[in-house]
Design a protein around this ligand. Structure first.
Ligand code: PMP
Length: 295
C-alpha cells in the first residue's frame, strides 16, 4: 500500500490506507452509482474528454447528479496523477448515490460522493497479450437492455462476474456474453470485434454492449486508415468462423483472441489486429506528448 496521497475523496487527497467509504453508502449497499476507468500515460489521461462525457451520461441516465463540475474533476485528476509514483497507470472515478438509510429508496441519501483513485492495472499477462486469449461463450446471458441499459457504466458487475467464473471453470481466459436473443453482446469488460474477409465487424451497442471508448477509437482508426468497418449483429457462428477476433477495453487495450469454445481462430494475432494495435499505440504517444491537451 502506497503512503503518498493518490486517492481523492469528495475534495480531499488521501493515501490508499486512509481512503475509506461508509458502509451506508448506497454505492456499496446496492451498487447505486456509476464509474469510469481511465488510463494515463506520461502523466496524461488518455481519452479523458470521452470518459467524462460517458460518466455524465451514465449518471444522468440514473438521475444521479455528479457532485463536481468537469473543471473540478480535472483539477482532482491532475492532483491524483501528480501524486502517483509512476508516470503511467490507471484511474478509477466513481460516483455513488452517497450515504443514506438502509433501504433502496435513494431519496434519503444526503449527497452523491465522488471518489478518484490511481493504481496499476494489468488485467492480462504479457503471455496472453502475445499468444491471444482463449474465449468461451458463457451460458450466462447479458442482462436485457430494457432492464438496465448496457450503456450505463454502473457499479453492479455481477452479471459479468458470473460469466467470468464460467470462463475460469472452463480453463479459459475470458467469456463472451450473448444477449437474450442469443446474439453476441460483449466480453465481461471488453467489446468484441471480428474480421471477416478483411472487413471489421462489431455488434451495435443496442445488442447489449457498453458504448466502449476503445471500441469507438478502433472504429475511428479503421475508418481513417481505409479498413472497412461496420456494426453488425453477430452470432456464435460468426465468431467461430471469423478470420480474426479481438477484444477492446481501457483495461485490456487491444487483445487478440486465439480460441473460441475450443475452435482455433484462423489468425492470432491477425494482420488487421496488428495494424490497429499500431495505430492505437501511435494515438497514445500523440495524446501523451501533446502537453496542451490535458483534456
Ligand atoms: N464492456 C464493459 C462491460 C466494460 O466494463 C468495459 C470497460 N469499461 C468495456 C466494455 C470496454 O469499454 P472501454 O473501452 O470504454 O473501456
Amino acid at each position: 500500500m502506497s503512503e503518498s496521497p493518490q486517492c481523492w475523496i469528495n475534495g480531499e487527497l488521501v493515501t490508499q490506507n486512509e481512503a475509506k467509504v461508509s458502509v451506508f453508502d448506497h454505492g456499496f449497499l446496492y451498487g447505486d452509482g456509476v464509474f469510469e476507468g481511465i488510463r494515463f500515460f506520461n502523466k496524461h489521461p488518455f481519452m479523458l474528454y470521452e470518459h467524462l462525457i460517458r460518466l455524465q451520461k451514465s449518471a444522468k441516465a440514473i438521475a444521479l447528479e455528479v457532485p463536481y463540475d468537469n473543471q473540478a474533476i480535472l483539477n482532482a485528476i491532475e492532483q491524483v496523477i501528480h501524486n502517483f509514483a509512476e508516470d503511467s497507470g490507471y484511474l478509477r472515478l466513481i460516483v455513488t448515490r452517497g450515504v443514506g438509510p438502509l433501504g433502496l429508496d435513494p431519496t434519503g441519501c444526503s449527497e452523491p460522493s465522488l471518489f478518484i483513485m490511481a493504481d496499476q492495472l494489468a488485467i492480462v499477462s504479457e503471455r496472453i497479450r502475445t499468444a491471444g486469449v482463449r474465449l468461451i461463450i458463457a451460458s450466462t446471458r447479458r442482462l436485457p437492455n430494457d432492464g438496465l441499459d448496457s450503456r450505463i457504466k454502473n457499479l453492479n458487475y455481477l452479471n459479468q462476474i458470473l460469466a467470468r467464473m464460467e470462463a475460469n471453470e472452463a480453463g479459459a481466459d475470458e467469456a463472451v456474453l450473448l444477449n437474450q436473443a442469443g446474439r453476441v453482446a460483449e466480453g465481461t469488460t471488453e467489446n468484441i470485434f471480428i474480421v471477416v474477409e478483411g472487413k471489421l465487424l462489431t455488434p451495435p451497442v443496442t445488442e447489449g454492449a457498453l458504448d466502449g471508448i476503445t471500441r469507438n477509437l478502433v472504429i475511428q482508426l479503421a475508418q481513417q486508415n481505409g479498413i472497412s468497418v461496420a456494426e453488425s449483429p453477430l452470432t456464435s457462428y460468426d465468431l467461430y468462423n471469423a478470420d480474426e477476433c479481438f477484444l477492446t477495453g481501457t483495461g485490456a487495450e487491444l487483445i487478440p483472441v486465439c480460441k473460441i469454445d475450443g475452435r482455433r481462430v484462423n489468425a492470432c494475432p491477425g494482420a488487421v489486429y496488428k495494424q490497429l494495435e499500431e495505430y492505437y499505440r501511435k494515438t497514445i504517444v500523440c495524446q501523451s506528448e501533446n502537453t496542451q491537451r490535458f483534456l
